[in-house]
Design a protein around this ligand. Structure first.
Ligand code: CO
Length: 134
């Protein structure tokens, strides 16, 4: 059911510093910062030949990545995003298998303008998983 790895997301306490690290030390191409108020984050994408890295900084009060950064003050790997053809079909299959969908259970529009869902890490090998309809 799952397709390509769309991205790996890293939560960071300071987006400008993280952009500088990826651009200058790693020599990567980094997109412009994009505010995602619906998701409580500001995001940039690092373009790699075979996938992307999403760098996330908290935006506003009650950002869903703030608790993670409180536990991991220098930042850390936050989630992986897999592509699916049919996000509703994927959700229904996963919930039938006992996985919990975070939030309302309905897809939201993600940073690429496509529907996304997040699944509880306890149900998926300790890793927060984002599904994106490709
Ligand atoms: Co993501």
């Amino acid at each position: 059911m799952i397709g390509r790895l769309n991205h790996v997301a890293i939560a960071v306490p300071n987006l400008d510093a993280a952009i500088a690290t990826y651009r200058n030390a790693l020599g990567a191409t980094v997109s412009k910062p994009q505010a995602e108020p619906d998701h409580g984050v500001t995001v940039v994408f690092v373009e790699l030949p075979n996938t992307k890295i999403e760098l996330l900084e908290p935006l506003g009060e009650g950002s869903p990545i703030q608790a993670f950064l409180d536990k991991n003050p220098s930042g850390g790997m936050h989630h992986v995003c897999y592509e699916v053809d049919d996000i509703i079909g994927a959700r229904d299959r996963l919930t039938a298998e006992g996985a919990r969908v975070l939030g309302s259970g309905e897809p939201k529009i993600g940073a690429h303008g496509k529907p996304v869902l997040f699944l509880h890490p306890k149900d998926l090998c300790g890793t927060l998983v984002e599904l994106e309809q490709a």
